[in-house]
Design a protein around this ligand. Structure first.
Ligand SMILES: [Zn+2]
Length: 94
């Protein structure tokens, strides 16, 4: 019998589908009877859907050539990704 810790840890990895059949069945049975783990699993799924939706909206709002411009900038100045953007809130001089 899997414990709540076993189930929540496995579910949080997002790799339930990679587990052996017996483990997946045990997780399914545990989720069917344990309201706490079921809520945790539902919250993870909601967060996952929210993040995917946000990423899609950001993707749609980004200029079509954004990744090309970022790649060009990184090639031209490899240290640029570790520098603070001068107009970032909280940056010195902002
Ligand atoms: Zn549980």
């Amino acid at each position: 019998m899997m414990t709540c810790r076993d189930v929540s840890t496995t579910v949080a990895t997002g790799r339930v589908g990679e587990q052996p059949l017996t483990t997946r069945l045990q997780i399914g049975m545990h989720l069917a009877i344990c309201v706490h783990c079921r809520r945790f699993w539902q919250q993870l799924r909601a967060i996952d859907r929210g993040v995917v939706g946000w990423l899609r909206s950001v993707e749609n709002d980004a200029p079509p050539d954004l990744s090309e411009r970022v790649a060009r900038r990184l090639v031209a100045d490899p240290g640029a990704s570790s520098k603070t953007h001068p107009t970032s809130p909280g940056a010195p001089g902002a």
